[in-house]
Design a protein around this ligand. Structure first.
Ligand SMILES: *[C@@H]1O[C@H](CO)[C@@H](O)[C@H](O)[C@H]1NC(C)=O
Ligand SMILES: *[C@@H]1O[C@H](CO)[C@@H](O)[C@H](O)[C@H]1NC(C)=O
Ligand SMILES: *[C@@H]1O[C@H](CO)[C@@H](O)[C@H](O)[C@H]1NC(C)=O
Length: 398
């Protein structure tokens, strides 16, 4: 083993075991490519399908010369023009667009601040011919973040048939005929390099659909969840406590209900294990009224940074070796299993004729690892995390 001394970070040295001599190029490539953005929540993926199918999305990089006045507050110019946003300031669509832009900006800048060598997010602003677009922010090959993706999308048009079917099957009453919709959301998956830092996924979204009679339906959805490679109970508790504190002022029943929903959703039945240590997850939230639902979603979205950044700071310089790296790769394989077999959005996308499968599968990692019958030895750190994943815990002992 060659142990590479990366740098002296003030108090201690950070070591990273790179590769053994014989298989150096192979191992290195594995290590370099496992950072795919792995999973997006069901509805997000379903939306991604609407936005991306049939090559409807036009990618257009935003030049660094954007003149937009608020560019320092956001990652790029908003998708909806400033005039339209200003003219409809009290409209939920405008408020939610502003919220997701703000969340994207604050989260991206917080992550950038953890990079040791000033790595920055690459900002890709794209527009969709039929209406709307998105801002994709990717930080790749950082020394703290192997791959971090933080996206927002603002999309409108007519609901495709497949989406209508899917929504009806979820109990939505939707009229016949064209159904104009509006969807705005932020979603992110962060893959840190250090296996002692968990992966985080979050997504917050708002949806409106209007039928030919002018009847409008709206709802919010979202969640934040954590996937550690190694268990650290105090981290898991901090994470859950922060989410609970965001939920409680709105309704004390929210955290327990949405925590359970999260455990149920991110579960891999054939393994009989959860994808991670959970968090919160909810969909179709349309009460008690729009105002209060928005406030709740806003609190949740603002709790992402305080729930996660302390974990990054605490562990980004933890020492680790090839064994930890290989375990991280195996665990990322579980993400793939979940996404391809169970994630509603992915399945919905792939089973729809004409689906742009490359876009749907873009969220998978470049490399993941499967080993026949890999069962960690009893008493190891690897066994400890499996145990917790097989028996979802009540982290806050409610
Ligand atoms: C963000 O968007 C990019 C490209 O549009 C996609 O590759 C990536 O999977 C998306 N990530 C998330 C977390 O939605
Ligand atoms: C868990 O992480 C905290 C810092 O977040 C650290 O102080 C503690 O030692 C870790 N516990 C274990 C068991 O590694
Ligand atoms: C799944 O795991 C739970 C908790 O460990 C256990 O009670 C249950 O029997 C397991 N189910 C199967 C089918 O193995």
């Amino acid at each position: 083993m060659i142990v590479k001394l990366l740098r002296n970070n003030g108090s201690r040295f950070i070591t990273r075991q790179m590769h053994s001599a014989g298989t150096s190029s192979k191992k290195t490539s594995v290590i370099r490519t496992i950072g795919g953005v792995v999973c997006i929540g069901g509805t997000t993926a379903a939306l991604a399908y609407h936005w991306l199918h049939r090559n409807e999305v036009q990618m257009a990089a935003l030049g660094s010369s954007a003149k937009f006045a608020s560019v320092s507050r956001y990652m790029a110019e908003p998708i909806t023009s400033r005039q339209v946003l200003d003219a409809n300031r009290n409209d939920m669509k405008s408020r939610m667009e502003e919220l997701v832009m703000r969340i994207q900006h604050d989260f991206c800048r917080s992550l950038e601040a953890e990079e040791h060598f000033g790595k920055k997010f690459f900002v890709d602003r794209w527009e969709r011919k039929e209406g709307g677009g998105g801002i994709t922010c990717v930080l790749q090959d950082g020394d703290v973040f192997e791959k971090a993706g933080v996206n927002i999308s603002v999309v409108h048009g007519n609901l495709p048939k497949g989406a209508i079917q899917q929504m009806r099957s979820r109990g939505k009453q939707l009229a016949e005929g064209d159904l104009p919709f509006f969807a705005v959301g932020v979603s992110a998956v962060i893959h840190p390099r250090n296996p002692m830092i968990p992966t985080i996924h979050f997504n917050y979204r708002y949806f409106e659909v209007t039928d030919s009679a002018g009847q409008k339906q709206w709802w919010f959805g979202g969640g934040t969840d954590l996937t550690p490679y190694y268990l650290n109970e105090s981290d898991a508790k901090h994470f859950h406590r922060t989410l609970k504190e965001a939920c409680d002022p709105h309704d004390p029943a929210y955290y327990p209900r949405f925590k359970e929903w999260c455990d149920k959703y991110f579960f891999i039945p054939h393994r009989n294990e959860s994808r991670g240590v959970g968090g919160i997850f909810f969909d179709d939230l349309d009460g008690p009224d729009a105002e209060r639902a928005f406030d709740f979603v806003s609190s949740c979205a603002h709790s992402v940074v305080p729930s996660y950044l302390p974990l990054v700071r605490q562990h980004k310089n933890d020492p680790y070796g090839d064994r930890h790296r290989q375990w991280q790769l195996l665990r990322r394989g579980r993400y793939v299993e979940f996404n391809l077999i169970y994630d509603r959005g992915t399945k919905f996308g792939l089973y729809t004729p004409g689906a742009r499968y490359e876009s749907i599968l873009m969220s998978l990692p470049l490399n993941a690892k499967w080993e026949y019958m890999n069962v960690p030895e009893k008493g190891t750190e690897e066994a400890a995390i499996i145990e917790v994943l097989q028996q979802p815990k009540n982290w806050l002992k409610l």
